[in-house]
Design a protein around this ligand. Structure first.
Ligand code: UFG
Length: 346
């Protein structure tokens, strides 16, 4: 297949490109390099010169995206490109709405006009468990039918775009030209490619696992736990950490198994919750290093506890996380960050 990956130079998008290329597909990556990196694009081009190409553009640049879709005869789009910091979205919500929704509509316009006006066949969207906010009682682990009530603008951008996509899929069905639409609601993604080629390199880095590893390797002096008074067993927030390669595997399954005409949403998470303290303990075990931890106020927009009920994705896509041990997930992140202390700039 010929696949457009938006956000290809980012953490998850680059891992998706790598997997799709390994599976023999033709891949065109698209990224504005605002937070993504040229280096993984170069590495993938070197490894797969005949089947990978990279376009430096905004997802909302409809003309450029359309030209790319047509040139590469793309039938499937995986849309990863977005701003993705919960805290930042609270500080600057309009930026998040403009980037994640308005630009996404620009992408959809191109998808609609491609293939000589027939439109692309498959669209897989990176949604988020942040669309659930704080689930009501009895809804943790979180099933897909849990009410969606985000606690942050970031979560709302993902929820609104889900609605936009569903309306678009309805239009295609009514025009007798259906599309396969999958919305994958990720839980927290961690770890890196086990060959050591790709990793997680964010600026700024705010995610718990890499921040903890930076503290363990001495790149930062200490870290803060944002809130120790949550109604959880140890007072800190609980999340479900899925390995990035397992997450990407869910995309390939969605591409292969969700049929034209279907609109599907799946949660992607291993089905087990870890508290912030448990993750920090894992980082200490894996690295063998201790580090200073401060306890500070809650971070705005954070949900209390979120972990997945993986029943639907298991039964309908046959997906199961291969790596479920938290130390193993942390080890892959640690291996890359130890050898790449400055990320791709190392
Ligand atoms: N945390 C700390 N200290 C830190 C960093 C994080 O205590 O230095 C805590 C956070 O408060 C949160 C947990 O660790 O309770 C996880 O935080 P992350 O920033 O690693 O991840 P988030 O849960 O905020 O966000 C991630 C993705 C989002 C996604 C969301 C769904 O970045 O894209 O998971 O929960 F939507």
């Amino acid at each position: 297949m010929s696949i457009l990956v938006t956000g290809s130079a980012g953490y998850i998008g680059s891992h998706a490109c790598q997997r799709l290329l390994r599976d023999g597909h033709r891949v065109v990556g698209l990224d504005n390099l605002f937070r993504g990196h040229q280096a993984p694009m170069d590495l993938l081009s070197e490894a797969h010169p005949d089947r990978f190409s990279f376009v430096h553009a905004d997802v909302g640049d409809t003309d450029r995206v359309l030209a790319t879709l047509d040139e590469h005869q793309v039938d499937t789009v995986m849309h990863f490109g977005a701003l993705a910091y919960v805290g930042e979205s609270v500080e600057d919500p309009l930026w998040y709405y403009r980037n994640n929704i308005a630009m996404g509509i620009g992408l959809l316009d191109a998808c609609d006009q491609a293939q000589n006006g027939r439109g692309i066949s498959r669209f897989i969207f990176s949604s988020s468990c942040a669309t659930y906010g704080d689930p009501p009682e009895g809804m943790i682990p979180v099933p897909e039918h849990c009410p969606q009530a985000p606690t942050s603008p970031y979560g709302y951008t993902k929820l609104h775009f889900e609605h936009i996509l569903k309306d678009y899929a309805t239009k295609r069905r009514r025009a007798d030209n259906p599309i396969a639409l999958t919305m994958l609601r990720y839980f927290n993604v961690a770890g890196s490619d086990r060959t050591g080629m790709l990793g997680e390199d964010h600026t700024p880095e705010t995610h718990l696992v890499p921040v903890g590893i930076e503290a363990a390797t001495g790149k930062r002096d200490s870290l803060s736990i944002f809130g120790t008074d949550y109604p959880t067993p140890d007072g800190t927030c609980v999340r479900d950490y899925v390995h990035v390669e397992d997450l990407v595997d869910a995309h390939t399954r969605a591409m292969d198994r969700v049929e034209i005409g279907q609109v599907q949403a799946f949660n992607v998470g291993i089905g087990k919750g870890y508290s912030v303290r448990e993750i920090l303990d894992s980082i200490k075990r894996v690295s063998g290093n201790d580090f200073i931890i401060h306890e500070t106020d809650r971070r705005a927009g954070d949900a209390i506890a979120l972990y997945n009920d993986p029943s639907k994705i298991q039964s309908e896509l046959g997906w199961r996380a291969e790596i479920t041990d938290i130390d193993e997930i942390v080890s892959t992140a640690y291996a890359w960050l130890r050898t790449h202390p400055e990320g791709y700039g190392s």
